[in-house]
Write a protein that binds this ligand. Sequence first.
Ligand SMILES: Nc1nc2c(c(=O)[nH]1)N[C@H]1C(S)=C(S)[C@@H](COP(=O)(O)O)O[C@H]1N2
Ligand SMILES: [Mo]
Length: 402
Amino acid sequence: MNTSPSRREVLRAGAASLALAGIATPSVIADDAHLPAPRGYLTSAGDFDDVSRGNPIPHTLKAEALTRARLTASSWRLEIVAEDEAQAKNLTLSANTAITYDRLLELGKSKAIRYLKALQCNNIAVPLGQGLWEGVPLRDLLGLCGPIANVRRVFYWGFHNDDPKQLFQSSLAMNQVLDTPPGEMPPIVAYRLNGQEIPLERGGPVRMIVPWAHGFKSVKWLQRIVLTNQYQANDTYALANNDPESYLKTAAYFDSIAEQKFSAQPIRITGTAMVGWPGLKRIEYWLRATEHPSRDLPGEDPAWGSATWSAAVIDPAPDWAAELPKGTSAATIWGFGKEGQPREWPMRFSLAHWTIVLPPLKRGQYELRVRTVDQNDFAQPQPRPSQRSGKNQVQCKILSIQ
Ligand SMILES: Nc1nc2c(c(=O)[nH]1)N[C@H]1C(S)=C(S)[C@@H](COP(=O)(O)O)O[C@H]1N2
Ligand SMILES: [Mo]
């Protein structure tokens, strides 16, 4: 456990700024003994939760089947094809002009971008895992097709067992590909995860990564890009009433939502928060004693209006040298300054860790709710409680004190 003064000071400073903002602070926050050991920021490739379609699932293919599927580094090819010839020069398998893995890595020598990004499915609360992704901006690959005319959208998909029924595709508007706002991260065609080749299970050898979006835009086993003048999203995820243009939501999640029993002692509850495009200002909790605890509290219940929210503690930025893959200098990562520290903390599209420390409680039952407040001052589940654009309902954990 790290009890260095600097960590304590950072936590106290955090509490002080919350007090200034008029937010109650937990009573035992300065007591380091109740804070967890610093938690990691990179999920190892095999530890991500997996969301993969296909029969067989592409990452179960072996040996020759894998080469036939073009899912090894030497067999992998990326085609970029316009709907009609006047739109762009095509890079195809048949003309032997499709992009090879070696060519992608060669481009990466001058164009590569690296960033931290957590994957989250818009239909699953709790992020799937966070990686350090590296790749070539998609715009630079489109640049290989010469002048592009009359193209409004990019469709793309990965290997799907050559069965149209298994196609999993996604799309981006051309402006989302080409006109990255300054200081924002572009979509990349990624070939490294946590400093290593992307394993097959995570969508390797090459996968799309779209920083601001839910997982369905980050297509695995990427093989084909289509330039089109169609203007509508054709995402597989547009079906089933999902919002195909959803942004990652800022939201807090308990590490374990399971009901827990405690004795009369200080209680430490931990969790993570996803930081969406609106950023993260603070995390708050509401503890309420009740004889009949329930996780579901309807939005119209007057209790929401009289709730008292107190500050949870967000972990300060870690020691990046210990966090990052060996040989990766933090200063080379998007959003980090020359000194190797992130310019904003917590960082957008990535994970924060938080801790709630409760003083000893009286016997009884309690509902504990946690929510984020974003940089626009929206508290969960606002600004957009639509569950088809990403899960951001306020989570509840039930505590019983014996
Ligand atoms: N080719 C392909 N890519 C895909 C999917 C898929 O089924 N096939 N699932 C998507 C969805 S819905 C999510 S949430 C993420 C999950 O990424 P992971 O399995 O690396 O955690 O991958 C996306 N990319
Ligand atoms: Mo998903």
